[in-house]
Design a protein around this ligand. Structure first.
Ligand SMILES: [Fe+2]
Ligand SMILES: [Fe+2]
Ligand SMILES: [Fe+2]
Length: 385
C-alpha cells in the first residue's frame, strides 16, 4: 500500500518530466522533417554557429546553440523548408516563409529558457547592407550572433546543394559583401578551412549524436507550459487559432476521467505528439545530411512510445482523433459560437467513433466546454447550455 502512495506516484511524475524534456529536445529536429526524413539543418547550424560565435565573438556558446537550434521552427508549414531556399526572392513567394523569423521569435519569447535567444532568432535573415528581412536592419543594428547565424545558415543551404565546402564558400563570395560583415565572412572562411567539418553533411548519424550530446549537457528548466508554447509551431499553420494541442489535451483528459478505464498517462502523452508531423513536402533532391525520422525518434524512448501508442493503439488513436477533429471543426467553421453550438458539433462524429466515447465527449463539452473554449463563446450569460 505504501509503495502505491509514494514510489509509484513520484516515479510517474518523474517519468512525465523526462517525457517533457525529450519533447523539448526533439521539437527542433521534427521541425526539420521533410516527409520521412529529418534534414538536420538546425543541428548543423547550431553546432557551427555556436562554435564560430564563441570563438570569434566571445558569445555565450549555449545561448547561440539554442538560438540556432530553434531558429527556423516558425517556418514549419511553409511550402519548402527554408534550408532549400537559395535566392532571396524565393522567400517572398510564400508569406509564411518570409515571416518565419518573427514567428520563431514570438514562440521562443514565451518559453522561459529560450527568451534570451529569441532576439538572435528574430534577426537571422537580416543582411549587412540592409537588404534582408523582416526589418531591413543593417550593419551594427544587427546582433553579432545573428550575423554569425546568417553566415552558417547560408553555408548549410549551399552545402546541401554542392556537398563541397570550397565550392560553397566560392558561391557565398558572390553576395558576401552585401550579406555579411566582411571581416566575419573572412573569419568564417578561415574557420571552414581550418576545421574538418564536411563530415557534418556526409555522416549525419554522427552529426545527430554530437548534437544530442551537446543538448544533453544543457541545463534546461522546463514545464508543460513551455512545451505547449513550442508545440504551437506544429499547430499554427494548420489551425486558425493556435493552442490546439493544449485544448485537445484538456478534452482528452476529461473524456478519460469520464470513461474511467483508459490509461490516462499514455493517452495524454500521445496527445502531445499527435500534431508533430511535418508539413514540409518530401524533398525531391538529394537527401545528403539527413537521417530517417524513424532513426531520430529511437533516440527518445518516451516520445517513441507515445508515437507508437498513437499509431498502434486503436483506442488511444480514436479518442485523440475525435477530439482533434472536433477542435479543428470548431475553429474552422465559426467566428463565435454559443455553448449549444459547440456541443452540437459533436453530432458530426455520429457513427464515426465509439458511441461511449462520443457520449463522454458530449458530457465533457457540456460541463467544461465553456472553460476550454472561453475565447469562442459569445453567450457568457448562459448557464449550462
Ligand atoms: Fe530562417
Ligand atoms: Fe535556417
Ligand atoms: Fe490535432
Amino acid at each position: 500500500m505504501e509503495d502505491y502512495f509514494t514510489g509509484s506516484f513520484i516515479e510517474k511524475k518523474r517519468e512525465f518530466k523526462r517525457f517533457l524534456e525529450q519533447l523539448i529536445k526533439i521539437i527542433p529536429f521534427l521541425a526539420d522533417q521533410e516527409g520521412d526524413i529529418v534534414n538536420l539543418h538546425s543541428a548543423r547550424v547550431a553546432l557551427l554557429a555556436s562554435s564560430l560565435a564563441s570563438e570569434v565573438l566571445e558569445s555565450n556558446e549555449s545561448l547561440v546553440f539554442l538560438a540556432a537550434l530553434y531558429h527556423d521552427i516558425g517556418a514549419v508549414g511553409s511550402s519548402v523548408h527554408p534550408a532549400r531556399v537559395i535566392n532571396m526572392a524565393e522567400y517572398f513567394v510564400d508569406p509564411w516563409l518570409s515571416t518565419h523569423p518573427i514567428r520563431s521569435s514570438q514562440v521562443l519569447r514565451k518559453v522561459g529558457f529560450m527568451k534570451p535567444a529569441s532576439n538572435i532568432v528574430l534577426e537571422h535573415h537580416e543582411w549587412y547592407n540592409g537588404g534582408g528581412f523582416p526589418f531591413k536592419k543593417k550593419a551594427s543594428e544587427i546582433l553579432p550572433e545573428a550575423q554569425a547565424l546568417r553566415v552558417v545558415d547560408t553555408f548549410d543551404s549551399i552545402m546541401l546543394l554542392t556537398g563541397n565546402s570550397n565550392m560553397s564558400l566560392k558561391m557565398m563570395e558572390r553576395t558576401s559583401s552585401r550579406e555579411y560583415d566582411e571581416d566575419l565572412f573572412l573569419i568564417f572562411k578561415h574557420f571552414v578551412k581550418a576545421n574538418d567539418i564536411e563530415f557534418l553533411w556526409f555522416e549525419p548519424e554522427e552529426t545527430l549524436n554530437i548534437t544530442l550530446d551537446f543538448i544533453g549537457k544543457l541545463k534546461l528548466s522546463i514545464d508543460d507550459a513551455d512545451v505547449f508554447e513550442l508545440l504551437k509551431v506544429f499547430d499554427l499553420k494548420k489551425h486558425p487559432a493556435n493552442g490546439h494541442t493544449k485544448r485537445v489535451r484538456d478534452l482528452v483528459s476529461l473524456v478519460c476521467a469520464e470513461v474511467g478505464y483508459i490509461p490516462a498517462d499514455s493517452l495524454v502523452r500521445a496527445v502531445f505528439v499527435h500534431e508533430m508531423y511535418t508539413l514540409y513536402e518530401p524533398f525531391k533532391g538529394s537527401y545528403m545530411g539527413s537521417v530517417l525520422r524513424k532513426e531520430l525518434i529511437e533516440n527518445f524512448s518516451l516520445v517513441f512510445q507515445a508515437i507508437t501508442d498513437l499509431e498502434e493503439d486503436p483506442f488511444v488513436n480514436e479518442i485523440i482523433r475525435a477530439a482533434c477533429y472536433l477542435d479543428k471543426k470548431l475553429y474552422l467553421n465559426f467566428a463565435e459560437m454559443s455553448i449549444r453550438d459547440i456541443v452540437s458539433t459533436i453530432s458530426q462524429l455520429n457513427g464515426r467513433i465509439n458511441p461511449e466515447i462520443l457520449l463522454a465527449l458530449k458530457k465533457v463539452l457540456e460541463e467544461h466546454g465553456r472553460a476550454i473554449y472561453k475565447e469562442k463563446i459569445t453567450d457568457t450569460h448562459w448557464a449550462n447550455g
